[in-house]
Design a protein around this ligand. Structure first.
Ligand code: GCU
Length: 430
């Protein structure tokens, strides 16, 4: 049976994580020292029963795994607010030299115009028979950084000051930051392929700093506001940013130009952790993309290579839930590992991308999370990465679990987008 074969391949690969003694305090980049901690089995239920069919995964085991990620990693998020309000604030039918229609949509997250608000930027290709499939992801520097188009509203909210001392000054974006993130979005390429692109600045939902939640959505939704003492399983910032992506999808479901059943959620780095969690917690996302998401994203936490849970918790205490802190020096106690986060996307297609020089993110660990998710895809008769070993650079692989490690640094490049678009074409345009 295919499932047994795949599981055996997974066990073999696990056994290859060669032995090491104590976890060192310094960053490990030596493959022979990643350790040999056994991985939790996605197919064993809490009551010990084995999952051998798709139905049992969907009706029983999937909910257990999702709950474990909520309780121990990202925290629990509230559902869709009843009083969400959308307001199209700007429309330009001839954007990008006439290639696209650009829209801006204010999403009032508590229904009140003076409450927290997320601004969605949407490019829809012109002259294409719709409704069209779309990519949706958070951006780091404001919608105006995604493309140099001067018609995009400059984000007015808090941002980290830029090293160039020009793009972001006194924690506010300046005109100099227009298009500063453009190479990561490849808007023209996406539009030319007939896809829409929707994005929002993650700081609209919560400024990315330890105390950022006090002026963000998490405080706005809490009874005690900025005085809230969060429960150990309450959502962290990643949970809040992912929640914002679901609200973006809520809007896309109302826009006739978009086919909301073909929306891919995408993110890079911390926002790749966010897209993985959004895809896991909201099954309306039809395809999931993780770009260099690293520790706390696609990388297997039990492999001691590059960033660790301890470092994440120390440097970014606001990203995960309180319970995640107890795993700082004990990844072996975490009741899940990240192959199970990938598995939560099943049977939907997922693409994991690494970069050769992005050792901090543990590229091989990112691949293995995809590889070890295969038994769950196999339940649905879906093929995963299609390879037994970590592939060489610039050789994309995979059927329902796409993967590549490209040459170069921690970034999103035209190469990455080329392969995301191919993958989306393969699954969205059958
Ligand atoms: C830091 C962090 C990573 C994260 C990255 C990013 O390097 O340690 O976990 O992915 O920032 O978001 O750029």
């Amino acid at each position: 049976m295919q499932f047994t074969k795949l599981l055996a391949a997974g066990v073999l690969l696990t056994a290859c994580l060669s032995a090491s003694a104590q976890r060192p305090n310094t960053t490990n980049y030596d493959e022979s020292k990643v350790g040999n901690l056994p991985l939790p089995d996605p197919l064993t239920c809490a009551d010990g029963t084995k999952v051998t069919d798709a139905k049992t995964w969907q009706t029983k085991r999937r909910a257990e795994v999702l709950r474990l990620f909520e309780t121990h990693v990202y925290g629990r998020s509230p559902g869709k607010p009843a009083n969400l309000v959308f307001e199209v604030t700007k429309t330009e039918p001839k954007a990008l030299g006439g290639q696209a229609t650009r829209k801006e949509i204010a999403i009032y997250l508590t229904g009140k115009k003076d409450g927290p608000r997320l601004d969605l930027l949407l490019f829809v290709p012109n002259g294409v028979k719709g409704p069209v499939p779309a990519f949706l992801g958070c951006n780091f520097n404001g919608n105006h950084a995604v493309h140099a188009d001067p018609g995009i509203t400059l984000n007015p909210r808090w941002m980290r000051n830029s090293p160039d001392k020009k793009s972001v000054v006194d924690n506010r974006a300046t005109e100099a930051s227009r298009g500063s993130e453009a190479s990561r979005w490849q808007v023209e390429m996406i539009i030319a392929k007939g896809y829409a692109l929707a994005t929002y600045y993650y700081g609209d939902v919560e400024p990315d700093q330890a105390e950022g939640w006090k002026s963000g959505l998490r405080a706005a939704l809490a009874k005690d506001g900025a005085n809230t003492q969060f429960a150990p399983d309450a959502w962290g910032a990643i949970g809040a940013w992912a929640w914002g992506l679901s609200r973006g999808l809520d809007y896309l479901e109302t826009d006739k130009a978009i086919d909301a059943k073909r929306v891919a959620v995408i993110g890079h780095s911390r926002l790749g952790k966010t897209s993985l969690w959004a895809g896991a917690s909201d099954e309306r996302f039809a395809l999931v993309i993780s770009n260099n998401s690293g520790e706390g994203g696609a990388s297997i936490s039990r492999r001691d290579f590059g960033e660790t849970i301890a470092v994440l918790n120390k440097n970014f205490p606001h990203w995960f839930c309180g319970n995640y802190k107890q795993y700082s020096d004990h990844p072996e106690n975490l009741p899940v590992d990240m192959h199970e986060l990938v598995a939560l996307a099943a049977p939907r297609p997922i693409y994991i991308a690494s970069a050769e020089e992005d050792k901090w993110a543990d590229p091989k660990g990112e691949f293995l999370a995809g590889k070890f998710a295969e038994p769950v895809y196999a339940l649905f008769g879906k093929k995963g990465t299609g390879v037994a070993e970590w592939p060489p650079v610039n050789q994309p692989v995979g059927d329902f679990i796409g993967y590549h490690v490209r040459t170069g640094k921690h970034d999103v490049t035209a190469y990455d987008w080329e392969h995301y678009l191919r993958f989306a074409d393969r699954h969205f345009r059958k």
